[in-house]
Design a protein around this ligand. Structure first.
Ligand code: A2P
Length: 257
């Protein structure tokens, strides 16, 4: 048995010069937990060329979805950005990852902190009805340099709001907070600064960070992940893993090229 499923590309959407998303068929045997990633890629010169990609689709969906950067000289993404409907991609059989709710101690508010394509695992998690059962509030923060990079997330949230099943859950529990660092926008600044200054919480009309109730998942810029980890640890938050649930979890597997 091959280590990969061979899946057909169903659609590709280009969001900016540096971002695209695509949907593909999903083998009925491919199981994952929302928030996890798998090795994804192409066969190049007869060999698999793969990178870790979070599933942006939820595990109840029939198709797979991925959200990717494009790097002109990136070994995989320079090729992957050219895929078209009908092309074949490789999907590793085993999904894994730390951004799963079982790795967190029970809490009341779930904060999903992302930059760039680090949004992908949270795109999956906000389509998980169990997440809405477990938490009273869900805060989805997406930080980008430019407004145009927010489009994928904006559309995702707008579509879910219009969904018969998810619309009411989102209206009751989800706060979406896009923020931009390098041009004017209604929310401005780095996620680290927005948390330390409490700007995020005052903009959302919610209480400040509270170790008793807040649980955090983060994915994105490695520099941001490092700073956030320190920021939370200084306040007593503990990192969780498969063996020991904690107050926060970090996804380090991340395609940069
Ligand atoms: P900034 O524009 O101030 O660098 P990148 O494209 O470099 O991965 O960055 C994506 C987003 O993450 C940008 O808005 C960037 O802000 C922000 N960012 C980069 N490094 C950090 C960090 N150490 N802490 C918080 N945010 C960061």
């Amino acid at each position: 048995m091959s280590a990969f499923y061979r899946e057909k590309v169903l659609s590709v959407q280009h969001w900016t010069d540096t971002l695209f998303s695509f949907r593909a068929t999903r083998d009925s045997g491919f199981r994952f937990q929302n928030g996890q990633f798998a090795m994804i890629g192409l066969e190049v010169d007869g060999r698999p060329l793969l990178r870790a990609y979070s599933m942006a689709s939820a595990n109840h969906e029939e198709e797979l979805e991925f959200f990717s950067i494009k790097v002109q000289d990136g070994p995989l993404t320079s090729k992957l950005q050219k895929i078209r409907e009908g092309d074949t991609i490789l999907v590793g059989r085993k999904a894994t990852g730390t951004l799963i709710t079982d790795n967190l101690i029970p809490g009341k508010r779930l904060m999903l902190l992302s930059t760039g394509t680090g949004l992908a695992p949270f795109a999956s998690l906000i389509k998980d009805p169990e997440v809405y059962d477990r938490y009273d509030q869900i805060v989805l923060v997406h930080g980008c340099r430019q407004v145009s990079e927010l489009a994928y997330g904006e559309e995702l949230v707008a579509k879910l709001h219009d969904d018969e099943l998810f619309g009411p859950m989102l209206s009751e529990k989800l706060s979406y907070y896009p923020t931009v660092t390098r041009e004017p926008f209604r929310n401005r600044g780095r996620i680290t600064d927005l948390i330390t200054s409490n700007q995020l919480f005052s903009d959302l009309h919610q209480g400040p960070l509270d170790i008793e109730t807040d649980r955090i998942m983060m994915c994105g810029s490695p520099a941001m992940l490092e700073e956030l980890k320190q920021l939370f640890e200084t306040r007593g938050f503990k990192e969780g893993s498969g063996n020991t649930p904690g107050h926060f979890v970090i996804e380090k597997a991340f395609v940069e090229r």
